[in-house]
Write a protein that binds this ligand. Structure first.
Ligand code: BGC
Length: 340
């Protein structure tokens, strides 16, 4: 049984509307999601002693989320991750997006889906958000109707994404939660053990755009097929952290792609997805300057993201699985975060 309740979370400036917070609670999970950016603002799970802690980074109030922050907990779109030089062409027409990450476009542009108010509706065990992105919004073609649902059942938080477009458009939706299984605000995640079930990953150039090569993980720092403890692994390979797409075997079935174990708390997160990729990001760009929940500070490597998604810059790389959604088709995918 999941209890679902709602309350006002805040008001957007300039008559932007009321933001609501939805609380989804089972015996094992407590999740808060707001209608601004579909942001997962809180996720409480039990440690091995049965004590709940909030394991996602974020802010106490709406103001925190309105200020600049690195997409804490948000649904990212219309296209998550990077598009080289913000350029692509579809049906012989060239499109130019805003450049907001070095020379590239990232996470849907200046005002992506993380910064808009969605229309909420309570459903069984969860909440569904809908949003219509106008033709040309942030430079993308076609009116896009989007639905995102969050459902809590037992130890699982499942996110479903669905979209339809009036013109062919690239699309890549994901959730950008920053997890720390020791509890948000408890410092670096070096004692976490990570497994990613991927035989290949995408090497990137110095602007973080995939080179186009699909490289085997075998014999590299990207071989996470058996559990690695981040501290040793980062040291041994002299890494700045991870910020890479891992290529998953695609069959459109919900399949486990990653597992993170935090021995000290006993927490385990298993991620399953229907998507062909997962961006594993170890919060390399956090620098301790943001004031988070309860006054928490968030230094470099104090969280990890597992952004299940299509491959970065796929719209410019025909050898990558396509991210184009055509009129009459439905974009659909599911990601499940399980804390069993
Ligand atoms: C990217 C990082 C970026 C972060 C916040 C991740 O999806 O891969 O490079 O810093 O999002 O924008």
């Amino acid at each position: 049984m999941t209890l679902v309740s709602r309350e006002v979370f805040g008001t957007l400036p300039d008559g932007g509307g009321t933001v609501e917070k939805f609380h989804l609670e089972s015996d094992l999970l407590r999740a808060d999601v707001i209608s601004y950016g579909c942001i997962l603002t809180r996720l409480e799970t039990k440690d091995s002693h049965g004590n709940f802690s909030d394991i996602v980074l974020g802010f106490d109030d709406l103001e925190g989320y309105l200020n600049k922050h690195p997409y804490f907990g948000a649904v990212v779109g219309r296209v998550a991750n990077r598009i080289a030089n913000g350029k692509f062409s579809v049906d012989g027409k060239d499109y130019q997006l805003a450049i907001n990450n070095g020379p590239n476009s990232i996470h849907g542009g200046l005002k992506g889906f993380d910064k808009v108010l969605w229309i909420p509706e309570v459903i069984q065990n969860g909440v569904r958000f809908s949003y219509t992105s106008a033709d040309g919004e942030e430079g993308y073609p076609g009116e896009l109707k989007v639905w995102v649902t969050y459902v809590v059942e037992g130890s699982k938080l499942t996110i479903n994404y669905k979209a339809q477009s009036s013109k062919a458009t690239p699309i890549n939706l994901t959730n950008h939660s920053y997890f720390n299984l020791a509890g948000q605000g408890s410092g670096v995640i070096y004692d976490h053990q990570v497994t990613i079930d991927a035989d290949h990953y995408l090497p990137v150039d110095d602007t973080m755009i995939p080179t186009g090569q699909v490289a085997p993980v075998e014999g590299t720092a990207f071989d996470l097929r058996t559990p690695v403890e981040l501290e040793n692994h980062i040291k041994n390979f002299n890494l700045n952290g991870f910020d890479h797409n891992f290529c998953l075997a695609v069959n459109n079935e919900l399949k486990q792609c990653a597992r993170v174990h935090h021995p000290a708390s006993g927490r385990v997160l298993t991620v399953s997805t229907t998507q062909p990729g997962v961006q594993f990001y170890t919060a390399n760009f956090l620098d301790g300057t943001l004031k988070g929940k309860g006054g928490s500070v968030y230094p470099k490597h104090s969280a990890f993201c597992l952004e299940t998604q299509a491959w970065p810059d796929a719209v410019n790389k025909s050898q990558f699985p396509s991210t184009l959604l055509h009129p009459g088709e439905e974009y659909k995918h599911t990601t499940c975060f399980d804390f069993a």
